[in-house]
Design a protein around this ligand. Structure first.
Ligand code: HEM
Length: 144
């Protein structure tokens, strides 16, 4: 969490930290932002034909799953980098909640992709989307 103390100098993020956080945030942008954009484009996709949304979803999956893998790998890199830092109990609690959210997001997205009924597709897609946005919020709370 960033608390700006009056008079403290703003500094640049050093090399490897910048690369680590950059990769984590870039992957989050694709995984979370991509899902929101897909929902926003859905009415237009449907107007293009009955199979258009399915084709677009398949194309998005080729981007979103690699992004999810990068998120998890850089997430553990984040944890390793912060390993030795003393942590407030709230920080660890939010990290625990975030862990559950990430599992829900991944599981929801996977079941969404395998769903055969429109209802199941909606339920799992919504769970994936909400869990992903909340994981993003948790990430902001964890940022140092
Ligand atoms: C849906 C998946 C995820 C999303 C959307 C997400 C998003 C974010 C965001 C936006 C930040 C703030 C980056 C910053 O400005 O410093 C962050 C930080 C962080 N994330 Fe994630 N994250 C995800 C998965 C994970 C996973 C799986 C882990 C752990 C295994 C993790 C651990 C962390 C940690 C420890 C930080 C703090 C990094 C620091 O301050 O150096 N994240 N996350």
């Amino acid at each position: 969490m960033t608390t700006l103390h009056h008079g403290a100098q703003l500094t640049l993020t050093p090399g490897w930290t910048a690369i680590r956080v950059f990769l984590h945030v870039l992957a989050a942008a694709i995984w979370v932002g991509g899902q929101l954009v897909m929902v926003g484009l859905l009415p237009t996709a449907r107007s293009l034909g009955s199979d258009a949304s399915k084709s677009l979803a398949r194309a998005f999956a080729r981007l979103s799953w690699p992004a999810f893998i990068v998120l998890v790998l850089t997430g553990f890199w984040n944890l390793a980098a912060l390993h030795a830092e003393p942590k407030a109990s709230g920080w660890s609690a939010v990290m625990g909640v975030k862990f559950v959210l990430v599992i829900l997001a991944g599981l929801g997205a996977w079941l969404h992709g395998r769903a055969t009924s429109r209802a199941a597709m909606g339920v799992w897609g919504s769970i994936a989307g909400v869990a992903s946005v909340l994981a993003l919020l948790a990430g902001i709370l964890l940022a140092n």
